[in-house]
Design a protein around this ligand. Structure first.
Ligand code: T3D
Length: 257
């Protein structure tokens, strides 16, 4: 259900349930969490690509029998979100690793939110993003209401979530929801090129940038300036900084450790 492909310096995590457009089950999310933790724990891993097998990226949570009321009443979606979906988002955003999401097809419901949680989102031109929650009487979760207004603005976030209409990858790029829409045939190679580049970049600085951007969501300007100064202090003590300066002065490419 989750395929982990080890590459030199990075890992490719593939949602692998193509017959159901990679709709998420509890077991699948547990496997995804384990795969993220394993990447995080591997000091040789410096970037992650998240993508899907087949014609979909992820159709959100499995809309199955357990979504209907059973003998004990309706399902406890709060517990489901807390224990599964929201852990994925917390781990992607809290990770030291840069996450590239290669959206290879439809990204719906929690699948769209997982994509938006990534640091850099590439999408195949044929891919669409659907805030599908409203179509079955739910509200967006997995960070959808956090990411969308910040990415596309309030007016577009409201229409997308209230109407549940699909938008294509080119529109998503134009609206600033994702980094880039690319031809389907080059999605994988473009995602790989980004992962290789990130894997060769100064890892401590990449992790620092993620922390700073997370802090910017809550901090005042003063608070953010303090955080930037502290993290710049840490970056300034790193071997990668010394190497970057030496390489610049010697007019050669840097070799980050
Ligand atoms: O507590 C909590 O946090 C709750 C969790 C909530 C998070 C959520 O994600 S809620 C939202 C759940 N997702 C949806 O409601 C989306 C449902 N799917 C769709 O609306 C459509 O499938 C798509 C718009 C994504 C794609 O449409 P299309 O026409 O390209 O494909 P399709 O024919 O509908 O789907 C292909 C197959 O995948 C089909 O199976 P079949 O008939 O060939 O055997 C379809 O039933 C299955 N599938 C697609 N999405 C799901 C799914 N099966 C189970 N669950 C799905 N989410």
């Amino acid at each position: 259900m989750i395929r982990v492909e080890q590459r030199e310096g990075w890992r490719r995590l593939v949602l692998d349930r193509p017959a159901k457009l990679n709709a998420l089950t509890r077991e699948m999310i547990e496997a995804l969490l384990a795969a993220i933790d394993a990447a995080e724990a591997d000091s040789a891993c410096r970037a992650v690509v998240l993508t899907g097998e087949g014609r979909g990226f992820c159709a959100g949570q499995e809309v199955g029998a357990d979504f209907l009321p059973g003998p004990d009443g309706p399902p406890d979606l709060q517990a489901l979100a807390d224990r599964y979906h929201h852990e994925v988002v917390r781990r992607i955003r809290g990770s030291r690793l840069p996450f590239v999401c290669a959206v290879n097809g439809v990204a719906a419901g929690a699948g769209a939110s997982f994509a938006l949680a990534a640091d850099i989102v590439l999408a195949a031109r044929s891919a669409v993003f659907v805030q599908a929650f409203i179509r079955i009487g739910l509200v967006p979760d997995s960070g959808g209401t956090f990411f969308l207004p910040r990415l596309v603005g309030d007016a577009r976030a409201r229409a997308l979530t209230l109407l549940g209409d699909a938008i294509d990858a080119d529109t998503a790029e134009r609206w600033g929801m994702i980094w880039k829409a690319v031809d389907d045939s080059v999605l994988e190679s473009e995602a790989e090129a980004l992962a290789v580049r990130l894997a060769r970049s100064p890892a401590q600085a990449l992790a620092g940038i993620k922390q700073l951007l997370a802090g910017a969501a809550q901090n005042s300007l003063d608070g953010q300036l303090d955080l930037e100064a502290r993290m710049q202090g840490e970056a300034g003590r790193s071997a990668d900084f010394a190497e970057g300066v030496r390489a610049f002065q010697a007019k050669r490419p840097p070799r980050f450790s």
